[in-house]
Design a protein around this ligand. Structure first.
Ligand code: FAD
Ligand code: MG
Length: 353
């Protein structure tokens, strides 16, 4: 053997250093689960650097945004809008939120009011969320007269949004339950792209962390971003509304996508053998009964995907397909007979189980 002791020591030092720097170049998987917006927030991120920092920043964003838009939080902007209903002055919100609300109002108009966040007084009357989560034990259902009464305090057309000021008529309320998680997903995407760095290994984030890929789920709202280090596709399961413990199939996706599902199988109560779920038809004031059990939308905007999944659930098959086409999103409907109806683009990424 001709190696000197010095050379062996040197070799022994260099190999681990090379190995370590190679490791830090390969994105590592980091997962986290928490709660936010009344649902489970689960994250899988592939990160060069500190994965925990990334998931903490995402969770902080969800918490801050919830404080901005939750109608359950007294100090939120949405509570401010609701408290100012009927006041001449209107309520001032941020430019970002008012821009989003304008998009929300456009979807109300484009869906002929099937999607309408001013349905809140009727939603509160039914209070299905609280009944479904066990926070209210009552088996009482609202009367036709009560529903009619609350319906008279709804209508997106009666609200004015001028610049960043919202004017709500007296007695009106808004509830962003049908679109808030999608709006949060849009903000998470901006965070991952702008603040946390890009896919490029040469563009580090904050000098330390860069996100190669991520799947972030807020209940029925899923964001896929970037790529997995091994180059394989993202797989997003579509729940079987007839048997919510099982999947109907998988969406095989690459890059950035928003997958949003609205269904009647999670937030509902059964009273006297009847199922009452949480998506209200603003035309009747009753839980929507359009022959649909679930709607999945694949889109490049969280806000649009979330609003359309609710709108399409209310509209029913034919009008839902039309609206999805108008917005250039892909759609998968499960009808109450168990039939799967899909747009062509959805068909090309859906693999049935
Ligand atoms: P979606 O179809 O996306 O939305 C249905 C919800 O939208 C209904 O629950 C109702 O609130 C509203 N809605 C019903 N019909 C219509 C319609 N036609 N047009 C427009 N809106 C309609 N849940 C809790 O239990 N506790 C919480 O503290 C809580 N906080 C939340 C905070 C925020 C900021 C958000 C966005 C949600 C929160 N939630 C909470 C969950 C919320 O109450 C809804 O249950 C949830 O957003 C429903 O989402 P979904 O994807 O199931 O259905
Ligand atoms: Mg929705």
């Amino acid at each position: 053997m001709k190696y000197s002791v010095k050379k062996i020591i040197c070799f022994a030092t260099v190999v681990p250093v090379l190995f370590l720097s190679a490791c830090s170049f390969v994105p590592q998987k980091y997962t986290s689960t928490d709660v936010g917006m009344g649902t489970i927030v689960s994250q899988t991120v592939y990160v060069k650097g500190d994965g925990k920092e990334v998931t903490r920043k995402v969770q902080d964003l969800v918490n801050r945004f919830e404080e901005e838009i939750s109608w359950r939080i007294e100090t939120s902007d949405v509570s401010g809008i609701n408290h100012f209903a009927g006041k001449e002055a209107g309520y001032a919100i941020s430019k970002e939120l008012s821009d989003d609300l304008r998009k929300v109002w456009q979807i109300s108009a484009d869906s002929d009011g099937a999607f309408d966040v001013t349905i809140a007084p009727v939603v509160r009357l039914w209070n299905i969320d609280a009944k479904a989560t066990g926070n209210e034990q009552s088996d009482l259902l609202p009367s036709d007269a009560e529903i009619k009464d609350k319906l008279s305090l709804t209508g997106y057309e009666d609200v004015r949004i001028e610049d960043n000021i919202v004017y709500l008529p007296a007695g009106y309320l808004i509830d962003l339950g049908a679109v808030g998680k999608g709006m949060a997903c849009d903000r998470i995407l901006s965070l991952l792209k702008d603040e946390m760095g890009s896919l490029s290994a040469t563009r580090p984030i904050s000098g330390q962390v860069s996100v190669h890929g991520a799947v972030i789920s807020l209940g029925g709202n899923i964001l896929t971003y970037g790529e997995k280090p091994d180059g394989s596709a993202w797989k997003v399961g579509v729940v079987d509304p007839m048997n919510p413990d099982a999947y109907l199939g998988m969406l095989t996706l690459t890059g950035t996508n928003f997958v949003t599902t609205s269904g009647d199988y999670e937030r509902y109560v059964e009273i006297d053998g009847e199922r009452y779920h949480h998506i209200i038809d603003p035309g009747t004031g009753y839980p929507a009964d359009s022959g649909i059990r679930s709607v999945t939308i694949l889109s490049d905007s969280g806000l649009v995907g979330d609003a359309l999944s609710t709108a399409c659930f209310v509209l029913g098959r034919d009008k839902a397909l039309e609206l999805a086409q108008e917005y250039g999103v892909e759609i998968l409907l499960v009808t109450d007979t168990g039939e799967l109806v899909m747009s062509d683009g959805m068909q090309s990424v859906f693999v049935e189980k």
